[in-house]
Design a binder for this molecule. Structure first.
Ligand code: AMP
Length: 518
């Protein structure tokens, strides 16, 4: 079958036109693979990376199969509010007439109840809020004919899988079910076994353990914990990405890092689950529109985010599992764009990252910590380029009078000084020296580094230290005069029961623990 166009796949003309308006002329591989089976009503078990076009992979057949009836016909479950929101927006972008109820936490119930009451045919939500609506009786799943479980492994990681099972049990037997997951750990495989009927299995290359995504390059930098944020500042100043999503492990860290970046003159904000929904939406919109360049987030807050053209993801320390690393990295390299996933790791984490690279088939390029000298060189190159393109007429008169007042070399040095003061200059970070097996070895690094990586099998020369005899110092014996101390009575002694002080009567518990037998 020709899968080069949406029309050839069998998409209706209205959808083809809408996709065309969005600039989508060629189906992405996952869309080409799922469309026909989805349209025929088959269950689907799809293992594909985030950012591969999976929303429309289930969305297009789903929209084709909707009837004009005004009751929930399709239920889409997603792990996070943001992903649920994105799914809703993506579906609406190709069909404005869709009635979608968005059931996510952190937002008021009233508009959600209204949407359900007035007959939404698609319900998109997070498991927690969908459960709440089921409990309140505001959501009726009795006529559901399609169910989508999006980023199922993430729902498992976030502890939602029990809720998902309860929701599936509340739906009538046998709706068409689409299960999308980047990885298929045993609990997901078992869920698929119980809830999918003879599914069409689709596994796109680059899924699962073999995580190398063609459009994402992986890089890392070995940096001790205490210098990590400074190294991040230097890295951002040097590479000057148009935007970057920076991951930290804790909520507190997101705030600290965003603050440090702002102080270093970079425009940054933080995103974590404790922010009210309105703030989260505002920050995300600023980031998506390019007004905000740097976003520091926790895994949970940034799950499922789709920021088109995001060129850089930074991991400040590695996440708990390879799967999380893959998901984080999947925020870049989306829809055919190239991106970099960069880790700033301390020694121990670098070993884990290298083990993950072997397991996931990732090719990690180790970089040195960018130094102030690198920033200066890069700034000089940028300045030289700007000078080439700069207008020489605008300030001619001032230039001539300045040249009359100063020697040319003095004048240029002064001006360069001004320029340098205008630009953020980054930090000077002591170089971690390298040994042969360190991930990156910078020429000339020399300071001894106690926690160097070593190969357990490698024989290291035994260094015998010469025995140093320390001179024996004989100290004269000092006789201390005997001091007689007065006997102090313990405040807790009472009568002959030493250490026990009876409570005053008023403090004793009243009432008897046992009932007296009459
Ligand atoms: P998803 O995996 O659904 O989050 O999609 C990743 C990105 O790919 C989104 O920004 C989509 O809008 C975009 N996308 C989806 N389908 C296509 C297509 N056929 N051509 C180009 N971009 C697409």
């Amino acid at each position: 079958m020709n899968t080069n166009t949406f029309a050839a796949l069998g998409c209706n003309a209205a959808l083809v036109a809408a996709l065309d308006r969005r600039g989508y002329t060629t189906p992405m591989p996952v869309q080409a693979e799922t469309f026909k089976a989805g349209l025929e009503g088959r269950d689907l078990l799809v293992q594909s990376q985030t950012g591969s076009g999976k929303t429309l992979a289930f969305g297009l057949p789903l929209i084709h199969r909707l009837t004009s009836e005004k009751y929930p016909q399709a239920l889409i479950l997603a792990p996070t509010r943001e992903l649920a929101q994105q799914v809703g927006e993506e579906l609406r972008s190709v069909d404005r007439s869709l009635n979608i109820a968005l059931l996510v936490g952190g937002t008021p119930y009233q508009p959600q109840m209204k949407a359900l009451h007035y007959g939404s045919s698609i319900v998109v939500g997070t498991p927690g809020r969908v459960m709440d609506h089921l409990d309140r009786g505001s959501l009726d799943l009795s006529k559901i004919s399609m169910v989508v479980l999006d980023e199922c492994d993430e729902m498992l990681n976030m502890g939602f899988i029990e809720d998902v099972e309860k929701i599936l049990a509340a739906a009538p037997k046998g709706p068409q079910t689409y299960l999308f997951s980047a990885t298929l750990p045993p609990p997901i495989a078992s869920l698929a076994k119980r809830f999918l009927k003879d599914p069409v299995k689709i596994q796109l290359s680059g899924s699962g353990e073999q995580a190398q995504h063609a459009d994402i390059s992986h890089a890392a930098c070995l940096v001790p914990d205490h210098a990590r944020v400074k190294a991040l500042v230097n890295l951002l100043l040097l590479d000057n990405p148009s935007a970057a999503l920076i991951f930290t492990k804790t909520k507190a860290e997101t705030e600290e890092v965003a603050e440090a970046l702002t102080q270093a003159g970079l425009s940054a904000a933080f995103l974590h689950g404790d922010l009210v929904q309105a703030s989260r939406t505002r920050i995300l919109n600023q980031f998506k529109s390019g007004k905000l360049h740097l976003l520091v987030a926790t895994d949970v807050a940034a799950r499922g985010l789709d920021i088109s053209g995001l060129p850089l993801v930074v991991h400040l320390g590695i996440p708990h599992q390879l799967e999380n690393y893959i998901h984080r990295s999947g925020r870049t390299g989306r829809a055919g764009a190239k991106g970099t996933s960069m880790s700033l790791v301390a020694w121990k984490e670098s070993r884990i990252l290298m083990a993950w690279a072997r397991r996931g088939g990732l090719n990690i390029v180790w970089r040195p910590i960018p130094q102030q000298s690198d920033l200066r060189t890069a700034a000089a190159v940028r300045l030289a380029e700007k000078l080439k393109a700069a207008d020489t007429h605008a300030h001619r008169a001032e230039a001539e009078s300045l040249l009359a007042a100063y020697a040319p070399v003095d004048l240029v040095s002064k001006l360069l000084n001004f320029i340098e003061r205008e630009e953020a200059t980054g930090f000077d970070i002591p170089e971690e020296p390298a040994r042969d097996r360190v991930p990156f070895k910078r020429e000339g690094a020399s300071r001894p580094f106690s926690k160097q990586p070593f190969d357990r099998n490698e024989k290291r020369p035994f260094e015998k230290k010469p025995y140093e005899k320390r001179p024996y110092e004989k100290k004269p014996f000092e006789k201390k005069p005997y001091e007689k101390k007065a006997f102090e009575k313990s405040p807790y002694s009472a009568g002959d029961k030493v250490g026990f002080k009876p409570k005053p009567k008023a403090d004793r518990p009243t009432g008897t623990p046992f009932k007296k037998k009459s």
